[in-house]
Design a protein around this ligand. Structure first.
Ligand SMILES: [Fe+2]
Length: 463
């Protein structure tokens, strides 16, 4: 009998109820200026029959998406809700009518990776073929969205909003394409550009980066594998040593030859996430979390280390320099969203014991760090980092920055994350003052349920 799937156990174990709770208890004082919703998406399989979650062969990335949200207003925590995203299959399993809508190439899926708001649409997003799902402010499913027919294929989990132009950028990939697709959605929510960028070999591109001039593409040696399909892998993207690792600079519209990417070879590695990127003279700087050795996404296996790095892509020399910033095992790097594509000083990330243990084989110096649960704040100008430790059993999630006001400076605000509270067996929404990162949380909102370790979210401030 195969061993139990680690992503059905412990901190990853799915919940089986949708909960609505009002007037949540709070320890500390909720900042009155935080008016909006903290939302986070993640996989929550509906049972062992959910795609990819049978005994011994499960994959964390393939559970049906469930969005968890907490509504804050006037210093109160008004509600907590968690809702599955109603794909056709999820709706049928729940005995409901599927709301219907467009589907790309039969790839309907309960988007489980991120949640964003753009041009009035709240969208749960996922990559590799399916469309995003639009939700209401109360997290009920409206249906899949192709931006009113503007999308030719699927969308992407990760997007980058340039607040100077209001443009939302995405890079979509799909196993049946020999290209990746750069997509721009304008400030009004219309798809204003799609460009197919040749990308032979079927690379997975989970994330990318954006500067004022460029879209930064990561064509790394994790590629679609027919052998993995034949072997029954549910998410058939594996390490491919024959695939040249390279980083690409695609000029944004108005900044160079449209559709022409300049590629720069790099040493083989894997990158799930970038922190941010920006133009630095003629060069491009990008901070990211790098997995140092071969990484098999289909099995979530690699040796690591996974560390925060600063890369400089220099079109003058044709080279990419790579400098370590922090050698703790960490993931989910986030910057103040208002300065995506512009120079940043601060970054936030998470060292999550359970995630490190189940996605990389850490050894040596990394073994000790593998069971920490901490949020990290990086001051990249000073070259320092602070940790807020939560303890071994208090699994932490991605940290998201919320400014104290729309015009507040970088780092003037709060850092929000779902943290498991082992004393209650349920999650807290923990709010740290970004400028007192190691200090006591300013508030803990006590939620009525456990929240499985998941992926990405956003603070959606009231307009
Ligand atoms: Fe991600």
């Amino acid at each position: 009998m195969p061993e139990q799937n680690p992503f059905l156990e412990g901190s990853f174990a799915p919940v089986d109820q949708e909960v609505t709770a009002f007037d949540l208890p709070v320890t500390g004082t909720l900042p009155a200026e935080l008016s909006g919703c903290y939302l986070r998406n993640g996989p929550n399989p509906m049972g062992l029959e959910d795609a990819g979650y049978r005994w011994g062969e499960g994959h964390w990335f393939l559970g049906a998406g469930m969005v968890h949200g907490v509504r804050l207003r006037d210093g109160r925590a008004e509600w907590y809700r968690n809702r599955w995203v109603r794909s056709r299959k999820v709706a049928e399993t729940l005995g409901e009518k599927w709301p219907g809508g467009p589907v790309h190439d039969d790839a309907d899926f309960a988007a489980n990776t991120h949640i964003i708001r753009h041009a009035g649409r709240l969208l749960a997003t996922v990559e590799a073929g399916p469309l995003p799902y639009q939700l209401t402010d109360e997290l009920e499913t409206v249906g899949p969205s192709d931006f009113r027919g503007g999308l030719p294929g699927g969308f992407a989990a990760h997007t980058k909003l340039d607040r100077r132009t209001g443009e939302l950028h995405a890079v979509a990939y799909y196993w049946a394409w020999d290209y990746v697709q750069h997509i721009v959605v304008d400030a009004a929510g219309q798809v204003s550009r799609t460009a197919n960028i040749p990308a032979p070999g079927g690379p997975m591109m989970h994330d990318f980066a954006l500067t004022g001039r460029y879209v930064v593409l990561f064509d790394l040696p994790v590629t679609f594998s027919m052998d993995a399909v034949a072997a029954g892998r549910k998410l058939p993207y594996t390490w491919n040593a024959a695939h040249q690792a390279r980083v690409g600079l695609l000029p944004r519209p108005g900044h160079g030859e449209t559709g022409h990417v300049r590629w720069f070879d790099v040493e083989p590695c894997w990158v799930f996430h970038t922190l941010n990127a920006y133009d630095d003279g003629g060069r491009v700087a990008v901070d990211l979390v790098r997995y140092g050795g071969p990484y098999d996404v289909s099995a979530l296996e690699g040796k690591g280390p996974l560390t925060l790095e600063h890369w400089v892509i220099d079109p003058g020399t044709g080279r990419v320099s790579q400098q370590g910033l922090d050698d703790r095992a960490q993931e989910f790097p986030r910057v103040d969203d208002r300065i995506v594509s512009q120079p940043h000083r601060y970054g936030y990330s998470a060292a999550i014991g359970e995630v490190s243990r189940d996605t990389v084989s850490l050894s040596g110096d990394f073994a000790d760090a593998a069971f920490a649960n901490a949020l990290l704040k990086h001051d990249l100008a000073a070259g320092t980092a602070e940790a807020h430790e939560f303890g071994k059993d208090a699994t932490a999630g991605e940290a998201v920055f919320a400014p104290a006001s729309p015009g507040a400076g970088e780092d003037d605000g709060y850092v929000l994350a779902f943290i498991h509270n082992p004393d209650r067996g349920a999650a807290d929404l923990v709010i740290l003052a970004a400028q007192d990162f190691g200090g006591e949380p300013v508030a803990r909102v006590h939620l009525p349920a456990r929240i499985p370790l998941g992926f990405h979210g956003n603070w959606i401030a009231d307009q």
